[in-house]
Design a protein around this ligand. Structure first.
Ligand code: FE2
Length: 269
């Protein structure tokens, strides 16, 4: 199964700019690249910060921009979003019974579980007020099914001082629960605007630096340098034996030479 992981679009209303660039234009270029090279993906998941200020005009613009996308899309919320305004602009998006933007998607390789870590008006994440219980119900109702989690905030710290203040509030409890469930194969997240991956408590995770602005990772500083690198996104290739995460940049690199190669063998096509 092929999945696309986008994150941190930070759209602003049409005509406005963010740090001197147009986030919608970066998203349009990203969609163009996806339609050209990855239209065969089963799903594209956007792990939050869909907008920069959670305003209706930005969500309307997002709806318009997404019309070009040829891959089905699932939208998650980040700390820059507003749950109520998002649901006004996207009334059909699935929610859990308490109104959090949490849902699942069944696939041939297991279950994708989409989490809502937004704490309105604050930067840090949380899975409280029944959200962690909802996740555990999803993990335990099909204990044999591999599960892949998607969230805006990292579920465990990523080792950069800049993000310590926005750690997910109950992360130890969340990770204990996930490890205990035993069927989570990977966590995909956003929020950090840097490329990072590894394992948390033995659970593999990955984050892309995202579509809008990026951050230069610094291991000792609490402040951060925001930069405008090329938009980036991840492609996950998942089967029974592996979860592979490939990173792509939307740039205009000049190809030096096309290396000669034979046909792709039938069994890997
Ligand atoms: Fe963000």
């Amino acid at each position: 199964m092929k999945l696309i992981h986008l994150t941190d679009l930070h759209l602003v209303p049409a005509g406005a700019m963010l740090f001197g660039f147009d986030p919608a234009e970066r998203m349009r270029k990203t969609i163009e690249r996806i339609n050209r090279d990855h239209a065969d993906a089963e799903l594209c998941v956007v792990t939050g910060d869909l907008t920069d200020e959670g305003d209706f005009a930005s969500y309307e613009l997002l709806r318009e921009v997404l019309q070009e996308m040829r891959v089905p899309i699932r939208l998650l919320l980040g700390n820059h979003d507003s749950r109520q305004t998002f649901l006004r602009a996207f009334p059909g998006e699935p929610c859990d019974r308490k109104g959090f933007v949490q849902s699942i998607h069944e696939t041939s390789v297991g279950r994708l579980i989409f989490l809502d870590t937004l704490v309105e008006g604050l930067g840090h994440g949380a899975l409280n007020e029944g959200r962690l219980e909802w996740l555990l119900e999803r993990l335990t109702e099909r204990p044999q099914a591999p599960a892949y989690l998607f969230a805006h905030h990292p579920l465990q710290p990523i080792g950069l001082p800049h993000f310590e203040q926005w750690n997910t509030e109950n992360w130890r409890q969340i990770m204990r629960a996930i490890v205990g469930a035993g069927n989570v194969r990977h966590v995909f997240h956003g929020h950090v605007h840097v490329d990072v991956g590894g394992t948390w408590s033995g659970i593999p995770f990955s984050a892309s630096r995202g579509v809008a602005h990026q951050i230069i990772p610094h291991l000792a500083r609490r402040d951060a340098d925001f930069v405008e690198d090329a938009p980036a996104f991840d492609i996950a290739l998942i089967d029974d034996d592996s979860v592979l995460v490939h990173r792509f940049e939307v740039n205009d690199r000049h190809v030096l030479e096309v290396s000669a190669a034979g046909p792709i063998p039938k069994d890997v096509q």
